[in-house]
Design a protein around this ligand. Structure first.
Ligand code: GLA
Length: 418
């Protein structure tokens, strides 16, 4: 089936009203992301082209009246709230504290880590607490960056409460520090930057060598279809760390600081200097950076056939050279290729499980979804879900009023609180 229109904003506000008995002062929406092309390039100083999608996490919150209070976040699908006492805990730059030293595991650990990172930046300003309720339409572990969406929503709530200017790139870097040093997931900066700094209607070309960013318009005639294969992965325990280490070894074997430094071609003697695994990893990185440039150029001239062909190349490279595909991801891409209106498709995100994306003519989107789900089911016996997306803007505050449950809205009007 295709997904319903998301309504995390309404659910977050309703949960807040139910939990705290009043309307929230603020509402943050924080999107998930897909990466159009440029996979595993972020930690290799490379290029990528993600976009934020309308599947999002929303956090309704109010600053506490008193300084020195608590940050307390309720989630719609967890019984226990995340609680962080102020002043914020210290975040060590030397690496993740051991699991035993961390007060909270799971989603609450992300909240705690971001409060620690934002708190370190805010100094004495981080004295006031806030309380909130969150709701999410982002499936966890599907490769759509539900964690980055949570991190940036919490960062935004801290910034509002502590009266800090909102700088999306700075916030993304702090959230990334929290993920690396607190949660202990050695991921790159792609997810947080895409979630924080994207603009509506555009993908975001990011150069990780210097963090320069360029919005790239995605033609109105297409949608980005996300096919959730229903398979899930746990990033912290996946082969992600192993791939990172292989890239470091490949760069060392070729005498460069990072694989980006190789430019568009492997050296002629690469096969003599690397083992076969390192050679395949390096080849993926070199060709993937070129593919990002190719897709940016193709989108600029609305050449969707070319953009789609490059996505398919990227899929083959992730499958055969970087070896992070999986049977369901591969089956979903095969189903997309023959579906109506599809220009091209690839697995997206860290790999092994989760989602594939396809560039699809907007007019054919429904027919595409029906065909893909039928073929995917026939090939794997699994039910997938298709989300038809256009690029949206990054983490932002949105008005509370229009998301209030009707009864609250009416009683607020009556009491003149509008
Ligand atoms: C995960 C990581 C990102 C990036 C991608 C692969 O999503 O969190 O930093 O490395 O995998 O492109």
């Amino acid at each position: 089936m295709t997904a319903e229109a998301p309504d995390a904003a309404r659910r977050a506000v309703a949960a807040f009203v139910e939990t705290f008995g009043a309307a929230p002062r603020y509402l943050v929406r924080s999107p998930g992301r897909v990466n159009l092309i440029g996979e595993h390039t972020d930690y290799n100083d490379g290029l990528c082209l993600p976009l934020a999608v309308g599947l999002e996490l929303c956090l309704a919150f109010s600053p506490a009246e008193e300084a020195g209070a608590l940050i307390e976040v309720f989630s719609e699908d967890r019984e226990a709230p995340a609680r962080v006492h102020l002043p914020p805990p210290a975040l060590s730059a030397s690496g993740p504290p051991g699991r035993a030293a961390r007060a909270q595991a799971g989603w609450a650990g992300y909240v705690e880590g971001v409060v620690a990172a934002m708190g370190a930046a805010a100094g004495a300003g981080a004295s006031r607490g806030w309380y909130g309720s969150l709701a999410s339409d982002l499936p966890a572990g599907a490769g759509l960056s539900s964690s980055a969406a949570l991190e940036l929503a919490v960062a935004r709530a801290c910034a509002v409460t502590w009266r800090r200017d909102w700088d999306p790139v700075a916030a993304a870097r702090l959230a990334h520090r929290a993920e690396n040093h607190w949660v202990g997931a050695a991921t790159g900066l792609l997810d947080q930057l895409a979630c924080a700094a994207s603009t509506a209607g555009h993908a975001l070309r990011i150069d990780f060598r210097d963090l320069t960013m360029l919005p790239v318009a995605v033609p109105d005639s297409v949608v980005v279809a996300i096919v959730d294969t229903g398979t899930r992965r746990e990033l912290v325990t996946s082969a992600y760390g192993q791939r990172r280490a292989e890239c470091v070894r490949a760069a060392a074997g070729l005498g460069v600081a990072s694989l980006r430094d190789l430019g568009d071609h492997l050296p002629a003697d690469a096969a003599d200097r690397l083992d076969p695994v390192e050679l395949r990893r390096a080849r993926h990185l070199v060709t993937e950076n070129t593919r990002v440039r190719d897709v940016v150029a193709a989108l600029a001239r609305s050449d969707l056939a070319r953009a789609g062909a490059v996505l398919l190349d990227g899929h083959r490279s992730l499958r055969d050279d970087f070896e992070v595909c999986g049977p369901e991801l591969d089956a979903a891409v095969a189903a997309c290729r023959t579906a109506p209106g599809c220009h091209g498709a690839r697995m997206t995100g860290g790999g092994f499980a989760g989602c594939v994306l396809a560039l699809v003519d907007a007019q054919s989107a429904d027919a595409f979804a029906g065909a893909v789900l039928g073929d995917y089911r026939a090939a794997t016996g699994r039910d997938g879900v298709v989300h038809l997306c256009r690029p949206v803007g990054g983490t932002s505050l949105i008005p509370v009023q229009e998301h209030l449950p009707r009864t609250t809205n009416d009683s607020m009007k009556e009491s003149g609180q509008e």
